[in-house]
Design a binder for this molecule. Structure first.
Ligand SMILES: Cc1cc2nc3c(=O)[nH]c(=O)nc-3n(C[C@H](O)[C@H](O)[C@H](O)COP(=O)(O)OP(=O)(O)OC[C@H]3O[C@@H](n4cnc5c(N)ncnc54)[C@H](O)[C@@H]3O)c2cc1C
Length: 648
């Protein structure tokens, strides 16, 4: 029989709120703790979590409604829930006793005596298949392959490289590409004793990340955030006056730290005796590269004919990365007002009207940069939402802030045509709620990235490329050619610098004969917008799609002292916990500095930590990281700084 769910109290002194998100529709099956709606009050955006498990039969609210505590917002049929756990109070986990809850602390092979549970207690498993990252050859006993890393028996004794340093010294490793994957691989291989050559086609080392990706964008985002914060400061009694941006100085500042880092890569290479060659590498066969003159990202030849035209190798690691995707007809227009991310980072000027095509992380980060510098931003996204890989409840507070920073955001909207004109680029759109033709001073096209295999001569080897253009490889990053490895963007999604770095280690250890495999379960993703959005492990959507039996808990930053002190209460921290094992499987944070905060949960997930592990970890006060503690305490039912109404 249908039951009613009433809007709980919204906090002291708050008698109503605006509905800014409705996350369920009739027919949806909702787990206890699942998000029903988001309500914005004068204090924060609050998530309204279900304190029941069941099937939604009616939804009585819509975005834009004003609602008061006690209003029936949904009706549900609890009988349709499979487990009957809907009768349990909200957010109280099924496993409650200290003994049952206790599993070995991460990193321990055996449960310790005492408060943590009976010695020898069988460690819980998380339900996620996992293999050992480093099944070292020669380890005393094979690690239990189905356990999360932290619970695998400790591997003792000498670290074993398949190859001795003496043998390694006779082998030549060539790395193609000096991005974060390539230079990390080259340096690690040198540390293991190999002779190493790093071939990079561009004049500068560092790859996309250093030269036209992570690093310059973060420097500019820092400036943009500073400008935005300075504007907010007037509300706190500090007025810095109007902002004046000297774009030439900003550009010079950005170019300065990029150049420092790029030359640092060269210095570290020579310190490690890694030979660097500027050349475009092309496979002649599975043990030989042809070296052609170097070139920049846009294809302009930039280097002299290399002194050596052929390079023999024992092992090769391909790390040629990716380039921005640009639809052919738009590229053919050859108009530099139509930019990709590389063009946008050049900061030629501050356009008055900037259109950003693509609501992914690169588009939104660059949109924040230009908004901070003073451009009027319009974002259009073909998909029905921004940042589709992230959970909607985390995107919502970000989108609410971006809506204030930008002129407009349009989803489910397509750019049909770009027509360069004298006074700007005329853009034709299709989609609801958007003026069909508009003129912009510049257009940033940020619609994805394309792996770089063209011109590599892979056909001279057995290396295979998949339908999306990524190089196929096994868990050791080994291609179909036993002595050729692949890492970074060219090896597949996610195209992130820290993934490239992690794969570099595995590839080098694998070619050294170690039994290392790539087995990362906690790959963080960060969007460095304002506020930042970060997540790690499974998302709520992935948990649903995979049929994982999880409980989801959220902690609104409106209950955090530091968030109030810095006037950033819009954040939310969220944790996804496996119901049976109590292990943390995923987490997400939206808020100021979320990108730095997420590492705590990455470690927790990688170590196989339970909600209890995090809860027992004292977090310093006052910090935003306390909200991470808060989320697990909400899950465990003992959050003290927040009131979570029990089931009526
Ligand atoms: C605007 C922007 C912001 C980003 N922000 C982030 C972020 O905040 N965090 C994050 O993790 N990631 C970020 N990324 C992604 C990150 O830059 C990439 O994931 C990372 O650079 C991939 O590293 P890689 O080693 O695979 O290749 P790349 O960095 O792409 O380097 C490849 C290198 O190979 C060289 N090369 C290519 N072909 C040849 C050849 N035939 N011979 C010789 N050399 C060759 C290239 O010249 C280049 O130097 C961002 C990307 C962009 C565009």
């Amino acid at each position: 029989m249908a039951q009613e769910f009433k809007l709980p109290n919204l906090g002291e002194g708050v008698d109503s709120g605006d509905v800014v998100g409705v996350n369920v529709k009739p027919g949806d099956v909702v787990a206890k703790g699942g998000s029903l709606a988001e309500i914005e009050t004068n204090k924060a955006v609050m998530d309204v979590a279900a304190n029941f498990a069941g099937t939604i039969t009616a939804v009585n609210i819509k975005v834009g409604d004003k609602v008061k505590p006690g209003a029936v917002i949904v009706a549900y049929d609890a009988a349709a829930a499979s487990t009957g756990s809907a009768q349990a109070p909200a957010h109280v986990p099924d496993v409650k006793s200290a003994d049952q809850r206790a599993v070995p602390r991460s990193g321990e092979a055996v449960a310790p005596a005492g408060l943590r549970g009976p010695a020898g207690a069988a460690p819980a498993t998380s339900g996620q298949a996992s293999v050992a990252t480093q099944e070292k050859a020669g380890a005393a006993s094979a690690p239990a392959m189905d356990l999360p890393r932290g619970l695998r028996p400790a591997i003792t004794g000498e670290r074993h490289h398949g190859m001795s340093p003496e043998e390694a010294a006779t082998k030549h490793v060539v790395v193609i590409g000096a991005g974060p994957g390539g230079y990390a691989a080259a340096f690690y291989a040198a540390d293991l004793g190999f002779q190493v050559t790093l071939v990079n086609k561009e004049t500068k080392l560092g790859g996309v990340c250093t030269l036209r990706g992570c690093i310059p964008s973060k420097g500019l985002l820092h400036i943009a955030k500073l400008i935005t914060e300075a504007k907010h400061a007037s509300a706190w009694g500090v007025d810095f006056g109007s902002t004046k941006v000297d774009i030439d100085k900003v550009r010079a500042y950005k170019d300065g730290f990029v150049a420092t880092l790029a030359s640092g890569v060269g210095q570290v290479a020579s310190a490690r005796k890694v030979k660097t060659i500027q050349a475009k590498a092309q496979f002649k066969d599975a043990h030989t590269l042809t070296l052609l003159p170097g070139e920049e990202e846009d294809g302009t030849v930039s280097g002299p004919k290399p002194a050596e035209t052929e390079l023999k190798f024992d092992y090769c690691i391909i790390s040629t990365g990716s380039v921005p995707a640009m639809p052919g007809p738009w590229r053919a227009l050859k108009d530099d007002r139509i930019m990709d991310s590389t063009g946008a980072l050049e900061l030629k000027d501050i356009p008055k009207r900037l259109l950003v095509v693509g609501g992914g992380y690169i588009g939104l980060e660059m949109a924040c940069v230009y908004a901070g510098l003073g451009s009027e931003i319009t974002v259009v996204e073909f998909m029905p939402g921004l940042l589709m890989a992230a959970d909607r409840d985390l995107v919502r507070p970000l989108q609410a802030n971006l809506a204030k920073l930008f002129k407009s955001i349009h989803v489910s909207c397509k750019v049909e045509k770009l027509e360069p004109q004298k006074d700007g680029v005329k853009v034709t759109f299709s989609g609801e709620g958007i003026e069909p033709t508009q003129v912009f001073d510049r257009v940033l096209v940020s619609v994805g990235r394309r792996p770089v295999t063209q011109g590599l001569g892979l056909e001279a080897t057995k290396v295979k490329v998949d339908a999306k253009g990524f190089i196929e490889h096994d868990k050791q990053q080994r291609t179909a050619e036993a002595n050729i490895f692949v890492i970074g963007d060219i090896a597949g999604e996610p195209m992130l610098a820290h993934k490239a770095h992690a794969e570099a280690k595995v590839a080098v250890e694998a070619l050294a004969g170690e039994r290392s495999v790539y087995d990362v379960r906690a790959m963080p993703a960060v969007v460095f917008t304002d506020p930042e959005l970060a997540w790690v492990g499974v998302t709520e959507q992935e948990a649903k799609d995979q049929g994982l039996d999880v409980e989801i808990s959220r902690y609104p930053w409106a209950a955090n002292g530091k968030a109030h002190a810095i006037s950033r209460t819009e954040g939310v921290s969220k944790v996804i916990v496996d119901k049976k094992t109590q292990r943390i499987l995923g987490a997400g944070v939206v808020g100021w500095e979320a990108g730095s905060m997420i590492s705590e949960y990455a470690l927790a997930i990688e170590m196989g930590a339970t909600a209890e592990d995090v809860s027992l970890t004292v977090h310093p006060h006052p910090t935003l990281n306390e909200t991470l503690l808060g989320a697990v305490d909400v899950h465990l039912g003992h959050a003290t700084d927040i009131y979570r109404p029990k089931r009526q």
